[in-house]
Write a protein that binds this ligand. Sequence first.
Ligand SMILES: Cc1ncc(COP(=O)(O)O)c(C=O)c1O
Length: 445
Amino acid sequence: MPNKIDFNKDYPSIRKSDEFYKTALKLIPSATQTLAKGPQQNVKGIAPKYLQRGKGSHVWDVDGNEYIDYNMGIGPLSLGYSYDKVDQAIKEQLKDGITFSLMHPLEVEVAEMIHEIIPNAEAIRYSKTGADATTAAIRVARAFTKREKVLCCGYHGWHDWYISVTDRNHGIPQAVQDLTYTFNYNDIQSVVDSIDENTAAVILEPFVFEAPKDDFLFKLRDTCTKNGTLLIFDEMWTGFRIALGGAQEFFNVKADLATFSKAIANGMPISVLTGRKDVMSVLEKEVFFYTTFGGEALSLAAAKATINELRDKNVPEYLSKQGRKLKDGYNSIAKELGMDYTKCIGYECRSLMTFDSSVGNPLEMKSLVQQEMIKHGILWGGFHNMSFSHSDDDVDYTLNVYKEVLPVLKKAVDEKNVKGYLKGEPVEPVFRKVGNFNTKPAKKQ
Ligand SMILES: Cc1ncc(COP(=O)(O)O)c(C=O)c1O
């Protein structure tokens, strides 16, 4: 019998997951198409590897085990799995067609909606992935400024210009690697030290988990303006979540260009580049940014239905409300247990659990919590990626599970034996660090 979301269950059977994985290892290098969904991010031997179905905030793996999901497709499921209004819009569009030989009116309709909702979206273009949009933003910025260098400080996708700053930079020509550098979030001096007359763009996520301090975003805006550099917000996570209009609305800071993808279409693949009309006008002729599936209609129909729902139901407020209960709840349980080495941090729509290295290996601690959460039917990657389908029952149940799981971690830490409690291999680090993402600062001559 597959497990249900319940207390005092055993760890789920993942026999079918492991069968698929065994075949994948023979055919699919690294097994996964998305690092964050891959087996390295989940305790091997315990965590399911393949999901089959989802409804609302719940998912079912290929062995039939049910979980409450706090990963939510690594962001896109802003409303929830199999969300009726969006699915209906997709089905209606499917009757008419998916991809056409001329432009589709939905391109215009959705552009009008985005223009209305996103501050500064004077011009709008679509593509399919987040990396498409950030890469287009960089190319547009280079063409507009006639400069080449880029400064960044987070994750922006798999393309050459960005991945060159990470340790997964093989296959990228040195000439490309020499044009991108990093700065530290909330450290305006690190920007001032790196920016120069050849800097086309500064690109960043307006926040990841740490809030902007000391007017950082305003100072960044100012520094860019004074230097003739374009400011690009990568709003994959902040867009349509922190506020309907994203971080530009929430912080009242204007970026020159902004990119969106994850939350817009509740799981359908679409990304959006928005920004100043004069800057985006280079897309009329000078800059080439076209792709076969750019105006694909199912995703546009899903985007229209999703954006309408996000707006009509004031989803950002709901994410914040439910996320706050989880964040505050986690922190008060940890505090009561005297576990000052674990915290839930970040804005409520997407918070992160941290584990302090002073008491042990953070990845092992995270793995132990993940292992025990899975036992109680919660798919957990160290985040609360909130969706409109996370109900009060989900939140209450999850907090009760934390009350069971955190004492297990405490016992393991007290015994200095976290690894001993792990029933599988711990999760591995990704190159994407949360702080001190400064693999390649520019050195001024
Ligand atoms: C902030 C940010 N930018 C860009 C990307 C790249 O998006 P995609 O994976 O759709 O190419 C991601 C993906 O996780 C992201 O989190």
